[in-house]
Design a binder for this molecule. Structure first.
Ligand code: HEC
Ligand code: HEC
Ligand code: HEC
Ligand code: HEC
Ligand code: HEC
Length: 401
């Protein structure tokens, strides 16, 4: 009798500890990524003889005029001022770590990072930064964020007659990896792809990606092709009166640009079988080496299929969401992922009901930068739309007319 009571008490205590542990996992502050060396600190320009004025995009732009004009239209130039970022950053308690990618230069940040008070490097020890420049901060991912290295400008050519020292880039794609790769592997995370999985998604397509939740084994950064797709090739002079060179446009179009998303998708809506009983929408990612959509898990596509009667009333409908779904608490687990890997067609079917005099079938595909629930939760009062249509088709059915 005594033994079983003792055992019951031990089991009871075990359950209680586990319940407390789970409870803590449900409320504890959570970070979804691992802070790695590539972005743990702001970029150090303190040893440079370049003045803050010389580092400004507008200064580079006085000589590199076309590149400056392109960069101005890109999301990189808005990485700090972007209203969605600003609201999300405040919602995430103004963490310093966000700045190391959205405003990566030390002179763009109010505080210096002296060290860390935790092993995860999420709690930096900060000190006032006398070199802070608010105007430079507003440039977000500015020219120097990608080009500056030890007082020199990294570039693809290496030996040019410039007013500033230059150094040849080993591979242009390496520049992207500083901010577009974030690992997520910890004992308590079970990601299929890292939190920002773009590079891993490409490597997986080429069979190069292995690992539980974040190991990216990309042998050769050049195989990722980021620059080849996101910075279209152009032949032009880099400065007024300079030689015409093989160069690249500084555009970086992605989810914010409907034309880029549309041209990456092959979408068809057609009858399957016979007698106008069933239709299918098929989608293929033909333009992006990574998944479509990629990047932040906010991004998703929705598919709406409907059968309508003569008055436009819905007789049947099918709704699908193409997105990465992750459970965040108590553990981070990738549940399912319905986004489109490259060149793998996906189709969705709708059946036409016999009753109700069907008159048309309709398909609509929309791209969402984020969903309405998240917009409301963080209190983002958008002035730009958070979703847009990438495809719409209506097929008139003969019967019922
Ligand atoms: C997000 C990173 C990034 C930013 C921001 C950026 N560049 Fe570049 N830039 C690159 C990469 C990558 C290349 C190399 C492209 C290639 O392989 O030819 C490049 C190339 C260049 C070149 C060489 C010519 C060419 O097109 O290849 C010049 C000049 C240049 N950039 C100037 C600028 C200026 C000026 C700004 C700011 C107005 C700027 N860059 C902003 C990444 C960036
Ligand atoms: C006073 C004019 C001037 C300013 C200001 C200037 N550059 Fe240049 N830059 C040049 C010239 C000239 C070249 C060489 C062009 C050529 O030979 O085609 C050059 C070349 C480059 C290259 C190519 C290097 C290579 O070897 O591939 C990069 C990258 C670059 N500049 C980035 C910048 C950035 C970033 C800034 C601002 C921080 C900047 N430049 C400011 C004049 C300038
Ligand atoms: C210093 C960090 C940094 C580097 C380096 C960098 N990016 Fe980015 N990139 C960002 C940030 C931050 C955003 C998101 C900005 C926002 O929306 O607020 C972004 C956004 C983008 C987007 C999304 C555009 C859209 O419409 O949403 C593309 C595409 C992109 N980057 C491509 C590249 C490529 C290609 C390279 C390499 C040449 C590169 N980036 C290098 C930080 C960086
Ligand atoms: C074969 C062309 C191709 C290659 C290679 C490619 N991309 Fe893209 N990328 C696209 C297209 C097309 C889109 C727009 C559709 C989409 O969002 O997937 C896009 C979208 C993006 C976005 C936008 C996501 C958002 O949040 O709006 C980012 C970020 C991005 N790419 C980064 C990269 C990086 C980093 C690499 C290299 C590791 C890369 N891309 C390689 C074609 C490419
Ligand atoms: C390792 C670099 C890095 C860090 C750290 C980082 N970001 Fe970003 N962020 C990016 C890149 C790259 C993109 C664009 C590509 C994508 O969609 O993933 C982006 C996109 C975003 C977007 C979408 C913007 C838009 O216009 O749709 C928001 C919001 C955002 N980040 C907020 C944050 C917040 C808040 C933090 C800190 C908790 C943070 N980021 C930390 C690199 C980073």
């Amino acid at each position: 009798m005594a033994m079983t009571r003792k055992r019951a008490i031990i089991v009871g205590i075990g359950i209680a500890i586990f319940a407390v542990f789970l409870g803590w996992r449900l409320v504890r502050p959570m970070n979804i990524f691992v802070v790695t060396e590539n972005f743990e600190r702001p970029m150090d320009t303190s040893k440079s003889s370049m003045s803050t004025d010389a580092l400004r995009a507008s200064t580079c732009g006085a000589c590199h005029r076309e590149i400056y004009a392109e960069w101005k239209t890109s999301i990189h130039s808005q990485a700090w001022t972007d209203p969605y970022f600003q609201v999300d950053w405040k919602f995430d308690e103004l963490q310093q770590i966000c700045k190391n990618c959205h405003i990566p230069l030390d002179r763009q940040q109010e505080y210096k990072v002296l060290g860390f008070s935790d092993a995860e490097k999420l709690k930096p020890i900060l000190a006032d930064n006398p070199d802070f420049d608010a105007k430079l901060q507003h440039e977000g991912v500015t020219c120097a964020a990608c080009h500056y290295k030890d007082g020199k400008m990294l570039g693809p050519i290496g030996d040019v007659d410039a007013s500033h020292p230059v150094e040849k880039l080993a591979d242009a794609n390496e520049i992207c990896l500083r901010c577009h790769v974030v690992q997520g592997e910890r004992w308590d995370t079970f990601f299929r792809y890292p939190p920002c999985g773009t590079a891993a998604e490409i490597a997986a397509g080429g069979g190069q990606w292995k690992g539980r939740s974040g190991e990216l084994a990309v042998g050769d950064a050049s195989e990722l092709g980021c620059v080849q797709c996101h910075m279209p090739a152009v032949e032009r002079a880099l400065v007024d009166g300079g030689p015409v060179r093989k160069a690249r446009r500084h555009l970086w179009r992605g989810g914010h640009d409907p034309a880029t998303v549309k041209q990456a998708l092959d979408i068809r809506f057609a009858e399957i079988g016979a007698d106008r009983r069933a239709y299918a929408l098929s989608l293929t990612n033909v333009g992006a080496a990574h998944f479509l959509p990629t990047g932040t898990p906010d991004r998703h596509l929705t598919v709406h299929l409907r059968v309508l009667d003569r008055n436009g009333q819905t007789l049947a409908e099918e709704n699908h969401s193409l997105k990465r779904t992750t459970m965040w608490r108590p553990f981070i687990i990738d549940l399912w992922d319905t986004r489109l890997p490259r060149n793998q067609p996906r189709s969705y079917r709708i059946d036409v009901p016999a009753a109700g005099k069907p008159a048309a079938v309709e398909a609509v595909v929309r791209y969402h930068l984020l969903d309405e629930a998240r917009r409301a939760r963080i209190g983002y009062e958008n002035t730009e739309p958070i979703a847009y249509e990438v495809f719409r088709s209506r097929i008139v059915l003969q019967q019922g007319q």
